[in-house]
Design a protein around this ligand. Structure first.
Ligand SMILES: [Ca+2]
Length: 262
């Protein structure tokens, strides 16, 4: 009997070994295929912006008013870097292309011991070129905000209450990436509040339905999101919009990339 059924048992076992991973892969389509170092963000609607008003009154600043009103925005599924781009990653780009290293580097490389520090002092054009070289692109502003706050309109990546211990905060310059896992966004993306601001693709312009318009709106400034390493807590709001001219290089600004998910 054993001689008859042993081959059958072997074939059945082989089939199970082959079939189970294929089934599991099919069930996790999209999530399972996330490129290394990236996180899958599902497509669909989320609450973007805020209805909060500037704390000092309607004519004091644009801390919140430029993120008014809160509205439903739909994005397609995409992947986003779990971490900000590091010095070591950016050096690979500089070495492989003719793009110059950040101006504070010496002899074409970053300061010793800072391979895992978020890269900074790169302008929007250089950030875009890095993303393309990596087979990715800069996030649309809506994509960045969904990755930071999920679908429940929270103020910070981790919830609604400020907690400086959950972000790289109170520092004098950018730090190593990914050191605050307790500050992860609902999707597990890190440093969406704190450490460097991150270039996004969009020009700084009024949201649909905005009641106030600011002279900075238009095609002069790009939006930067998710800073910084010190400052007022409103800077860490998931909907806070900061700006910089695309040619700006600053110790406050780095990047992370996204990739559309088919
Ligand atoms: Ca950041």
């Amino acid at each position: 009997m054993f001689r008859i059924f042993a081959p059958c048992y072997f074939l059945l076992k082989l089939l199970l070994v082959i079939a189970f991973p294929l089934v599991a892969q099919a069930q996790n389509k999209g999530v399972a295929k996330a490129p290394e170092g990236m996180v899958y963000i599902p497509g669909g609607p989320f609450a973007m912006g805020t209805n909060e008003q500037d704390p000092g009154g309607p004519n004091t600043s644009r801390e919140f008013a430029d993120a008014n009103p809160r509205r439903e925005v739909k994005v397609g599924a995409f992947y986003i870097d779990k971490l900000e781009v590091t010095n070591a990653q950016y050096k690979q780009f500089c070495d492989a292309t003719h793009y110059p290293p950040p101006p504070h580097w010496k002899d074409g490389t970053y300061p010793a011991g800072e391979s895992n520090v978020a890269v900074y002092n790169i302008n929007w054009w250089e950030a875009s070129a890095y993303a393309a070289w990596a087979g990715k692109r800069l996030p649309m502003e809506a994509e960045w905000e969904k990755a930071a706050r999920g679908t429940d309109a929270r103020r910070f990546p981790w919830g609604n209450d400020w907690d400086a211990s959950k972000a790289v905060w109170g520092e004098k310059k950018p730090q190593a990436v990914g050191t605050k896992p307790q500050g992860a966004s609902p999707y597990g993306v890190l440093d969406m509040a704190g450490n460097v601001f991150e270039w996004v693709n969009d020009w700084y312009d009024a949201y649909p339905g905005a009641k106030r318009h600011f002279p900075e709106f238009g095609t002069t400034y790009k939006v930067i999101r998710g800073g910084g390493f010190m400052g007022y807590e409103f800077i860490a709001f998931t909907y806070y919009r900061c700006v910089a001219r695309p040619q700006t290089r600053s110790e406050w600004i780095g990047l992370r990339c996204v990739k559309s998910a088919g």
